[in-house]
Design a binder for this molecule. Structure first.
Ligand code: HEM
Length: 158
């Protein structure tokens, strides 16, 4: 029951995180590109501020639930006298998942901060540059997320 709850939380958090990146990149960004710089940078700053609050929770939940599940499985295997060998798909998930969390922290606490400063100073050129960097790293995280999903869900398929 605990394991199933952890796994459900894990997947729900990932749906919010990856779904939000898809929406921001493929649907929101092209639409706001038509606005003039000040309005575009202000709107994106507001939307991303709200989204990143949710991602902060989702990323920490993903990490915590993932590590907790690993710990439970390892403990059970060891307690029943076996030795725990992590499946390759889980290793890929843990390594790339942790990398995704680190990249998100960079987006939220370095790049988004730069964007906030630019908006406060009404410097929309600097704001646009910060947004472009955020976009690049969000794309990297989206690609990593898709690789993790493929490794996890397609593993063993034939
Ligand atoms: C941050 C480090 C992460 C760790 C330590 C971790 C660990 C785990 C573990 C132990 C499971 C349980 C697998 C099972 O019972 O079959 C799991 C399930 C899952 N994880 Fe992760 N995970 C992490 C990040 C991610 C990320 C970033 C994604 C997607 C982008 C992801 C997608 C999934 C999915 C879809 C499942 C369900 C798989 C299934 O039921 O077949 N995980 N994770």
């Amino acid at each position: 029951m605990l394991y199933a709850t952890l796994k459900t939380l894990h997947v729900l958090a990932i749906i919010v995180w990856i779904g939000g990146m898809v929406f921001a990149h493929f649907f929101l960004r092209p639409a706001v590109a038509q606005l003039e710089a000040a309005a575009r940078v202000r709107l994106m700053h507001d939307v991303l501020g709200r989204f990143f609050q949710a991602v902060l929770v989702a990323a920490l939940l993903t990490l915590a639930s993932g590590i907790w599940m690993l710990g439970r499985v390892a403990k059970q295997v060891v307690q029943s006298g076996g030795s725990f060998e992590m499946p390759l798909a889980w290793t890929v998930m843990a390594v790339l998942g942790t990398l995704m969390v680190a990249i998100f922290m960079h987006i939220r606490f370095a790049l988004y901060k730069r964007l906030s400063k630019a908006v406060a100073a009404a410097d929309f050129t600097a704001g646009g540059a910060a947004l472009a960097q955020i976009r690049t790293w969000v794309l990297v995280n989206l690609a990593l997320g898709v690789v993790v999903l493929l490794a996890t869900l397609m593993h063993g398929a034939y």
